[in-house]
Design a protein around this ligand. Structure first.
Ligand code: ADA
Length: 573
């Protein structure tokens, strides 16, 4: 049998200096850090909510980058033979102790990880302590701060405990066989003890054989309507063992391929009308809850958006919503803006510690996203220096990691303008991030309120040529997506003369870039950057940028800006 022990809720919290006073996080087993100890009297520790980020716990933590401790106790009513402690996301590095024992550490911010705590869990009261570290010197990916430096246990935490005969580590991956009109479900997992594994989709059930403690099957289901944005058909799916359900969720089946510069969903060409999205809100920061995300996604749908691109792997709630609402998703591991110079050696693309984390977070990304039909593209990076010699084997490795883990989706990469380097053989879709009529213009005119009756016209004529040049350089006739475009606008700044930083100018840029993309047959669509304004420490304070990235269609407070309406109109066509 399986039991879930929910560990969300109130935890004790204390920010602290790094007790080991070293950058080397190797834990010396004999030395139990004081703050992990269950006997410690925690006077002065605060009560905080998990999931959460400390920047939102109190104003004094709003810019804190450092080490914090989290502690709680929980009860178990029984003895369990097997138990896993599961974290859905901790930013950035976590070091975990259960009942005064070190159980493991994990690095990288946006993916699930777990520890086998079978030998530590006991009947009665248990303690759990987590040290979380988000210092820049610890954070490997991303190594450029393009979005909020949140810290904390920002997604769900729970224990999965097993007793007697059971199944665990269950993974399901859906696909759709267009020719035979069948829903394909790959199912695998581990078993302890004897019994029958049964996989059910809708009214159809298959018995699956477990051999040597494991099962791995590819099942074909008849009478399946494929999932699509127009008809996000989902079915009840369950995996049971000896009549007990171990995994239960809604599942969709779809097929995604590329041909002749098009993205084909269930065999039909689909235009990507997308928006980039980062989880950030005034109330909860990175740990946005399902209701908040749903509001944003519904607002996107209202603007005719059919796809979302995110800079990092998302939570189950996000994918569930995209499955339900019919929104196609591009996710990527946060291999973000790493631009070593040409003559640099032993770069982040080569250093074993960086490569190891990049590979593990890519594997974890796929593991988390694979059950969801909405996820159609796994990105492998964003705006890196792919011309660097060390980048080529690196991206080959990341792409291979994705394809080995899940061959049912496309692999993409988002380049900085036309710097596509020599990695197009590793992907199926090339993304181009570019800000025509924005960074080229604000570098010349910083503040631009006084137009004296002269209308500012957004100049995007270089964009088409650049895209066509990229198309020629690609390894195959893969589709191109304009993975980022846009401008910044100060919410509420309306300038009929389209001054820079105004919502009017921003709207004009959106309209023009989308029009260029539509004219080119090699472009299969794009993702406006971004859907909402969000905290961005990389932008200089210039009287316009105020600590936020202002490229949103809606403000940080979720007020619609004029570009929102421009996007809605352009995507309606
Ligand atoms: C890059 C990056 C985005 C954002 C953007 C900007 O394209 O991928 O995350 O930082 O620049 O606002 O300049």
């Amino acid at each position: 049998m399986k039991k879930i022990i929910d560990l969300n809720g109130t935890w004790k919290f204390a920010p602290t200096h790094d007790q080991k006073q070293t950058n080397d996080h190797d834990v010396i087993a004999s030395k139990l850090p004081l703050y992990s100890n269950s006997n410690l009297v925690r006077t002065g520790w605060e009560n905080v909510k998990v999931p959460g980020v400390w920047q939102k716990y109190a104003e004094k933590y709003s810019v804190y980058e450092g080490v914090c401790w989290f502690y709680r106790e929980f009860e178990t009513d029984d003895v369990y033979e097997k138990a896993f402690l599961i974290f859905k996301g901790v930013n950035y590095r976590a070091e975990v102790y259960v009942n005064n024992q070190f159980v493991g550490a994990h690095e990288s911010a946006y993916t699930e990880f777990s520890f086998d705590i079978s030998k530590y869990l006991q009947k009665g009261t248990n303690s759990i302590a987590v040290q979380v570290d988000n210092r820049p010197l610890v954070v490997k990916w991303p190594n450029d701060w393009g979005y909020g430096v949140y810290g904390g246990i920002h997604r769900d935490v729970f224990v999965e405990a097993y007793k007697d005969d059971c199944i665990y580590d269950i993974e399901v991956t859906p696909d759709y066989d267009i020719e035979n009109k069948k829903g394909i479900l790959s199912v695998c997992g581990k078993t302890d003890g004897n019994g029958n594994v049964v996989v059910r989709v809708g009214d159809t059930a298959f018995a699956v054989k477990a051999l040597n403690g494991a099962f791995d099957e590819r099942l074909a289901f008849e009478n399946i309507t494929p999932w699509s944005p127009e008809n996000p058909a989902l079915y009840d799916m369950s995996v049971s063992f000896n009549e007990e359900i171990y995994k239960e969720c809604k599942i969709g089946f779809r097929n995604v391929k590329c041909a002749d510069r098009k993205i084909l969903l269930n065999g039909t060409s689909v235009e990507i009308k997308g928006a980039c999205y980062l989880c950030d809100s005034p109330n909860t920061g990175l740990s946005m809850n399902k209701e908040e995300m749903k509001k944003d996604l519904l607002c996107m749908k209202e603007a005719n958006v059919n796809s979302v691109r995110t800079h990092y792997p998302m939570s189950d709630s996000f994918y569930e919503l995209c499955d339900e609402l019919g929104i196609m998703v591009w996710i990527e591991p946060n291999i973000y803006c790493s631009k070593p110079k040409e003559n640099e050696t032993n770069t982040v693309f080569k250093r074993q510690d960086f490569v190891d984390v990049a590979v593990s977070m890519t594997e974890e990304m796929v593991k988390g996203a694979r059950p969801f039909a909405s996820v159609i593209i796994y990105g492998i990076g964003n705006e890196c220096n792919t011309d660097h010699a060390e980048a080529i084997p690196f991206f080959e490795k990341i792409s291979k990691t994705v394809r080995q883990a899940d061959g049912t989706r496309l692999v993409g990469y988002a380049s900085f303008y036309d710097c596509i380097g020599k990695i197009s053989h590793t992907i199926d879709v090339m993304g181009i991030n570019s800000y025509f009529a924005w960074y080229d213009v604000i570098n010349t005119f910083t503040i631009d309120d006084e137009r004296n009756g002269i209308m500012r016209v957004a100049e995007v004529s270089g964009l088409g040529n650049m895209i066509e040049n990229v198309a020629e350089k690609l390894d195959s006739d893969m589709p191109i997506l304009l993975t980022e475009f846009g401008a910044d606008s100060v919410p509420g700044y309306i300038s009929p003369e389209c001054a820079l930083w105004s919502e009017n100018y921003h709207a004009q840029v959106i309209e023009k870039v989308i029009a260029v993309g539509k004219e080119l047959s090699c472009v299969a669509g794009g993702y406006v950057f971004a859907f909402t304004d969000y905290l961005d420490p990389s932008k200089p304070m210039n009287g316009r940028w105020n600590g936020q990235n202002l490229k949103g269609m809606i403000s940080y407070e979720r007020e619609k800006k004029l570009p929102y309406y421009a996007l809605k109109k352009a995507y309606a066509k």
